[in-house]
Design a protein around this ligand. Structure first.
Ligand SMILES: NC(=O)C1=CN([C@@H]2O[C@H](COP(=O)(O)OP(=O)(O)OC[C@H]3O[C@@H](n4cnc5c(N)ncnc54)[C@H](O)[C@@H]3O)[C@@H](O)[C@H]2O)C=CC1
Ligand SMILES: CC(=O)C(C)=O
Length: 257
């Protein structure tokens, strides 16, 4: 049987890269994708040096054509798509009264439109294959609880949770499961930016907003990409075949549901 193929958006860096590393170690053939072409090329080279079967595709998840072209690239290279991970996302830190249409458009297009388009593209291919498949979305603790100065971001992650449920209901008949992982506080470039921007509104020094968010973690430390990837490994494996429509916290115990 040929090795399964996993597509991961936003995988040049951060949590997406960690997830791709874990799935490569699990034996998946890996399709990396990102809007940052330079970082993507560097990550692809790193995967090749480590002996992984990998290809990459530069694309913007907010564009429907790019998401379909990503799936077409995966099929042209490896012949199939078994797992599609809508990981790419961005944040926007600002008070609610400062939010304007371009802010909404920017964050919703990258965090929400992307999930609609990625799900459409992946599901179309999986249905064609008739093999079933797994669609996995990046949600967040912010998809279960909402935070000050992150209103638009939190709204997008609540939308991701909703789309995860609707897609699970529509796709179950095709043996496609749809689930989401909800990280808490991970020290990626996203949190570097949040920490800096929060300083403007909370008057915090560099590192302080990150510390404040991290102080609520029951397990006593911020999470690593590996913590998230170890859970996504489960969602991508046959061990999770009986789970669908779920958005599960992997946050060290910040939000308890
Ligand atoms: N870092 C954290 O603490 C948490 C992160 N998350 C979610 O996990 C996901 C990954 O987050 P991080 O790795 O921390 O972010 P990051 O900012 O460190 O990395 C995101 C990657 O996505 C790429 N990207 C951004 N916009 C894109 C676009 N339009 N098209 C394609 N690629 C794009 C970036 O170039 C980058 O390589 C996001 O959806 C985020 O909302 C959720 C909860 C907590
Ligand atoms: C980055 C994130 O998902 C937060 C602050 O919940």
């Amino acid at each position: 049987m040929s090795k399964k193929v996993a597509v991961i958006t936003g995988s040049a860096d951060g949590l997406g890269k960690g997830i791709a590393e874990r799935l490569a170690a699990d034996g998946f053939r890996i399709v990396l994708s990102d809007i940052n072409a330079g970082q993507l090329a560097a990550t692809e080279q790193e995967f090749k040096r480590n002996g992984h079967e990998v290809t990459s595709f530069v694309g913007n998840v907010a564009r429907r054509d790019d998401q379909f072209a990503l799936v077409a690239h995966a099929v042209a290279t490896f012949g199939q798509v078994d797992v599609f991970i809508n990981n790419a996302g961005i944040e926007d830190v600002m008070p609610l009264d400062a939010v304007r249409e371009p802010d909404l458009e920017k964050v919703f297009s990258v965090n929400v439109y992307s999930v609609v388009y990625g799900t459409q593209a992946a599901a179309e291919q999986m249905k064609k294959q008739g093999t079933g498949g797994k669609i996995i979305n990046a949600c967040s603790i912010a998809g279960h609880e909402s935070y000050e100065f992150l209103s638009v971001y939190c709204a997008t992650k609540h939308a991701v949770r909703s789309l995860t449920q609707s897609a699970a209901k529509e796709l179950a008949r095709h043996k496609i499961t749809v689930n989401a992982y909800c990280p808490g506080v991970a020290a990626t470039k996203m949190w570097d930016r949040i920490d800096e921007e929060m300083g403007k509104y909370l008057g915090t020094k560099p590192g302080e907003a990150f510390e404040r968010f991290s102080s609520g973690i029951l397990l006593g430390r911020p999470q690593t990409a590996k913590d998230v990837a170890d859970f996504v490994h489960y969602l991508a494996s046959p061990d999770s075949d009986y789970m669908t429509g779920q958005s599960i916290m992997i946050d060290g115990g910040i939000v308890l549901r």
